[in-house]
Design a protein around this ligand. Structure first.
Ligand SMILES: *Cc1c(COP(=O)(O)O)cnc(C)c1O
Length: 402
């Protein structure tokens, strides 16, 4: 395949072309390489591979990657606009990798209060064991984050929007403040994917993401990616090696296949999510719909400036007097599954509890937060299902009041 002019192609075209190492038999999809040992013809070649093993695309030993892994990593780098990507075994492994690679005892890290909760749990382990100091910050802080800088501040960890509460951060302002002080910025880009948001172009140093969600897209594989500029790439590669990270070639194959349909799926998730959100906004049982693409969202202007689309994940605050009443709503949905994760073809719901995970900000909404993932089903069918479950929800409310 010629790569002439690749840089000028649109994302939707690139998604069909990137990450396809040439196949000896002309197959359209990548060959899967299951390998531990890689054989060399000579000691010279073996020694050279060993000394170059942390460079991009060097075949050395299975754990360091094979051509399928390298091709997928290169595809994600091109989409995110970075120099190199390290594929890792899960999204959480991606969140943790920059912490391991760059933080040492005595360092201070600023973390958004809206961070994915398991990443918060990992951070608390770094604090407990390594003497790293963590300060959580209000996701709406913008350039005022500079007021929280200390002499030992090494890193800022962003996630925009937060994947439970959907605050959109002023990424360019935070990145500029960090850059002025030589502080590293890391941003979790799982929600938007590089199709809708490219934090590296907005000044961020390192992007982490759970490919498990929209890239894989079918709830059938787990994978993470860490993308960085050349100056940070090698340290990330080395840390992935100390940690013993290795990604499955099957997960890589499924994630690469997911790229082919990513843009069309995202457009449908965006449309379905907005259709549901707009309908829910008209309903008296809902106190608030939290969706960055709605003009009612407090960060709508930032979303419009920095993102080219929304995906299918948003939240509502139910006017519920108890978790039991909210449970009546979610358990009476038949087209929305009840379970963790999102980004697959199917719709999901989850009851969230943002208040208990926060330290820098207070979650002051009354009612009960329900996170909704709009899948690829017919939006009219999904709305009819929500309508039915809201009927049960109202009846449950009357029952409790009587
Ligand atoms: C799901 C998720 C992760 C973790 O991904 P896994 O593959 O489940 O480990 C990280 N960040 C965000 C924002 C997520 O939604």
């Amino acid at each position: 395949m010629s790569t002439r002019g690749e840089a000028r192609l649109q994302v939707r075209t690139l998604l069909g072309r990137l990450g396809r190492p040439s196949s000896p038999v002309g197959a359209v999809n990548m060959a899967v390489h299951r390998a531990s040992t890689i054989l060399f013809d000579t000691i010279d070649e073996l020694d050279r591979a060993k000394s170059e093993r942390f460079e991009k695309g060097i075949l050395f030993y299975g754990r360091f990657g094979t051509p399928d892994v390298f091709a997928f990593e290169q595809a994600i780098s091109a989409l995110e606009g970075g120099y190199g990507t390290v594929a890792v075994p899960s999204g959480l492994a991606a969140c943790v990798l920059p912490l391991v690679a760059f933080l040492k005892p005595g360092d201070h890290v600023l973390v958004t209060d809206s961070v994915y909760e398991p990443a918060r749990t990992s951070l608390s382990q770094f604090v407990a064991r390594g003497g790293v100091e963590v300060t959580y910050y209000d996701p709406r802080i913008g350039g005022d984050i500079a007021e929280l800088f200390r002499p030992n501040t090494r890193m800022i960890y962003l996630e925009s929007p937060g994947s439970l509460t959907f605050e959109v951060q002023d990424v360019p302002a935070i990145a500029a403040a960090a850059k002025a002080r030589g502080i590293l910025t890391v941003c979790d880009n799982t929600w938007a994917t590089p199709v809708f948001h490219r934090p590296i172009e907005l000044g961020v140093d390192i992007v982490v993401a759970a490919a498990t969600k929209y890239v894989v897209g079918h709830s059938g594989a787990m994978l993470g990616t860490v993308t960085a500029h050349e100056e940070h790439y090698r340290a990330l590669r080395e840390a992935a090696n100390w940690l013993g990270y290795r990604v499955s070639p099957d997960e890589i194959f499924l994630a690469a296949r997911g790229l082919r349909t990513l843009a069309v799926r995202l457009r449908q998730h965006h449309e379905n999510g907005l259709a549901l959100a707009r309908w829910l906004e008209t309903r008296p049982e809902i106190r608030r719909v939290i969706h960055p693409a709605l003009p009612s969202h407090p960060d709508h202007a930032i979303w419009k400036r920095d993102f080219s689309g929304a995906t299918g994940l948003f939240a509502i605050v139910l006017d519920a007097h108890s978790k039991k009443q909210a449970t009546a709503f979610v358990e009476n949905l038949s087209l929305f599954g009840l379970g963790f994760s999102w980004g697959g073809f199917e719709s999901l719901v989850l009851i969230g509890d943002p208040a208990h995970a926060r330290t820098a900000t207070r979650w002051k909404e009354g009612g009960i937060l329900v996170r909704i993932h709009a899948g690829l089903e017919d939006a009219g069918d999904l709305i009819a299902d929500l309508d039915h479950a809201l009927g049960v929800f109202r009846a449950a409310g009357r029952g409790a009041a009587a």
